[in-house]
Design a protein around this ligand. Structure first.
Ligand SMILES: [Zn+2]
Length: 378
């Protein structure tokens, strides 16, 4: 005999099947929910009514495909309801501040970017970031009191325990704790991380690495860094500096790097470095894009790929996602692919796809939004 308790547990399980399908696939019709869960149309219809009643899901204004063979209007879609309030993401680069205000499901409501010399002027950049968050809230018509959390990233490793920037690569930021500083200005819980880590989080959640669990995200821009995702989670390492591949030594007698060592990978392949290397041979002023066209043989990509091949041998990722201003370059991807094939173990190389990120230079700010969302209880 089936007890009432057993029936209720079955209904609970079925409700969870519906909400997790909506969480993973987005809004859909009742018919698609039936197909996706394997439950009958009648069961779905009754459970959806329950879930709308409890406030867990809502009927949207959007309509799906028309009923098969039917002549009526297409059905309304249902979606997970979005909790009230907003989060913000702040991406601090070496030369820009970008801010996004999003609802609690991560849909961006307002976004703005400003250029300024961030490296030398930590306090000014933090003031500007706080002002841009306030402007973003006003644009998005969100009350200050409805902002639940802020995620932010900086283009330098953060000490995991003190959350401070310890390296000297951003002189105006030395020993500053960016998260605490922004929190003091905004009076909202603020969580800081490294830019490549948050770029990885965004590509994992809504970009090129959706559905994957073991991924190396490499940001190739004015600096060079990697975010390491293992088993579906960011791997930050013992003190927060995992993935700092920009300072792998590639030549003992190479150029002095901003970190103080000599011959770091970053001195060979960062965007300003590539422009500086090639500019003397050209009359017209080179940009990052034109430099990559000139680098048709993928030399820059090969240097990055050489360092990544070692990481691939150790970590056996499914994908290398190339992000940052140079990430979409075909020659960079081809160079990385060639070096991974040449230097990684054959099985490791065969297992890994090398792809361009899908989020471009928005990856970091969207990752900051994801970090803030993860810190707010649902
Ligand atoms: Zn270095």
């Amino acid at each position: 005999m089936v007890t009432a308790g057993a029936l209720e547990r079955l209904r609970d399980g079925n409700r969870r099947a519906i909400t997790s399908l909506l969480a993973n696939e987005g809004p859909m019709s009742r018919a698609d929910l039936a197909r996706g869960t394997g439950l009958s149309r009648t069961t779905i219809s009754s459970l959806v009514t329950d879930l709308i009643g409890s406030g867990d899901i809502v009927e949207t204004a959007d309509r799906g495909r028309p009923h098969k063979g039917g002549s009526g209007r297409p059905p309304h879609l249902v979606a997970l309801s979005v909790p009230r309030g907003a989060v913000a993401g702040v991406d601090i680069g070496h030369g820009h501040v970008r801010v996004a205000v999003a609802d609690r499901s991560g849909v961006v409501l307002a976004e703005e970017i400003d250029t300024l010399d961030v490296d030398e002027h930590g306090v000014a950049a933090l003031d500007r970031a706080a002002g841009m968050v306030r402007d973003g809230l006003a644009t998005a018509r969100v009350e200050r009191s409805d902002l639940h959390a802020v995620g932010m990233c900086v283009p330098a490793p953060l000490d995991r325990r003190s959350a401070r920037i310890r390296t000297g690569i951003m002189p105006g930021w030395r020993h500053l704790s960016p998260g605490d500083e922004l929190q003091r200005r905004l009076d909202v819980p603020t969580f800081a991380d490294n830019d490549a880590n948050l770029g990885a989080l965004a590509e994992l959640g809504r970009g090129a690495a959706r559905g994957l669990t073991d991924v190396l995200y490499v940001k190739v821009a004015s600096g060079l860094g990697a975010g390491v995702v293992l088993g579906g989670r960011l791997h930050r390492g013992a003190t927060g500096i995992a993935g700092e591949i920009g300072h792998v030594q590639v030549g003992e007698d190479g150029q002095v790097c901003r970190c103080g060592n000599r011959g770091c990978l970053e001195t060979v392949v960062s965007a300003p470095r590539l422009v500086a290397l090639l500019q003397p041979a050209y009359d017209e002023e080179l940009t990052v894009e034109s430099v990559l066209e000139l680098d048709a043989d993928g030399d820059a990509g090969r240097s990055v790929g050489r360092a990544l091949a070692d990481l691939c041998n150790s970590l056996n990722p499914e994908a290398v996602v190339l992000g940052g201003s140079l990430g979409t370059s075909a020659s960079l991807a081809a160079g990385v692919r060639a070096a991974v094939d040449r230097y990684a173990q054959p099985d490791t190389a065969a297992a890994v796809r090398v792809v361009a990120g899908e989020l471009g230079d928005r990856a970091e700010v969207l990752g900051a939004v994801s970090l803030a969302m993860a810190k707010v209880a649902p």
